[in-house]
Design a protein around this ligand. Structure first.
Ligand code: ATP
Length: 279
């Protein structure tokens, strides 16, 4: 069994001195309210993500995690500040950033294969028919859905639907994967299997990932860094934790290490502290 040694917890905030692929600078997001005051959701978020880095974002409900992800996806506009991908300002959705939602968002009148094919047709316009078929088949196999390819979404389980969503996102070869609680609706066993599957795919084909989760164990198991958000309104980044385990990770060995225990407690204490302020 792989063993992990104990290292000091490394916490950071703000913009990090690493190669920036996604660069979020002084991001502010507010919504107008009827009484003319603005409701400030995010206030001064600074974050840099590398092109092959897996980042998790954790924070209490309503602190603005989904809002942050939607701004990176181009589905929401920042009130001020800037968000750049590969040096270019993000102003709208784009095929280089694919989103995976918690509630699957599959088209119910299309089969599993057709749901993936639709995205491929829309984005990979220069690929010929044979190439498209091959890409769809390859991604069906990647998430173990070849046998279910011709079923409709209401004929498959929640875990399978989420795998279709992930295959669809990956099939168009995005530079960045944005996932909003992708495993949140799944039972523990299915969640564990799908986490491993997503990690396998990512380890073989690294890309930038930003994943929202409420689960500290999931964040430690999957990501390179964990972004801990302060409570809203006017939330920002409280701490960023470096996860010191090499990929591929052995979940059981990791869980038995002192370092895992310390990191987990550090994150939970952070969340408890902010939760206590709320009460
Ligand atoms: N379109 C909108 N208009 C006004 N307020 C909004 C809008 N969208 C989100 N908000 C508010 O912004 C805040 C942050 O919402 P967001 O969904 O980003 O939080 P979250 O951290 O993802 O929450 P959860 O963990 O519960 O999903 C909430 O108070 C929400 O009510």
């Amino acid at each position: 069994m792989m063993e992990y040694t104990s290292l000091p917890i490394n916490t950071q905030t703000g913009v990090l001195p690493r190669t920036g692929f996604l660069e979020i600078e002084n991001l502010v997001k507010s919504y107008p309210t009827p009484d003319k005051d603005n409701f400030v959701v995010l206030d001064g978020v600074n974050l840099t993500i590398g092109e092959d880095e897996y980042i998790s974002v954790i924070g209490h409900s309503g602190c603005g995690k989904s809002t942050l992800l939607k701004i990176v996806a181009g589905l929401e506009k920042a009130t001020s500040g800037s968000v750049r991908l590969d040096g270019k300002e993000i102003r709208q959705p784009g095929a280089e950033r694919m989103m995976v939602f918690q509630n699957y968002s599959l088209l119910p009148w299309l089969t599993v294969r057709e749901n993936i094919r639709l995205a491929v047709d829309e984005v990979l316009k220069n690929a010929n028919r044979a190439e498209k078929i091959s890409i769809v088949n390859q991604h069906l196999a990647m998430v173990n859905l070849t046998a279910a390819a011709d079923k409709y979404p209401d004929e498959i389980s929640g875990g399978m639907k989420q795998r279709v969503g992930i295959a669809r996102a990956l099939a168009i070869r995005p530079k960045m994967l944005l996932m909003d609680e992708p495993f949140g609706a799944l039972d523990a066993l299915t969640r564990g299997k799908l986490q491993r599957q997503v990690l396998d795919i990512w380890e073989n084909n690294r890309q930038a990932v930003m994943m929202i989760t409420h689960d500290v164990d999931e964040a430690i198991y999957m990501s390179d860094r964990i972004v801990l958000m302060t409570n809203g309104p006017a939330a920002s980044i409280g701490e960023i934790l470096e996860v010191p385990f090499e990929h591929p990770r052995d979940r059981a060995a990791m869980r038995n290490s002192k370092e895992y225990f310390e990191l987990r407690n550090h994150a939970l204490n952070f969340l408890d502290r902010y939760f206590a302020q709320d009460e």
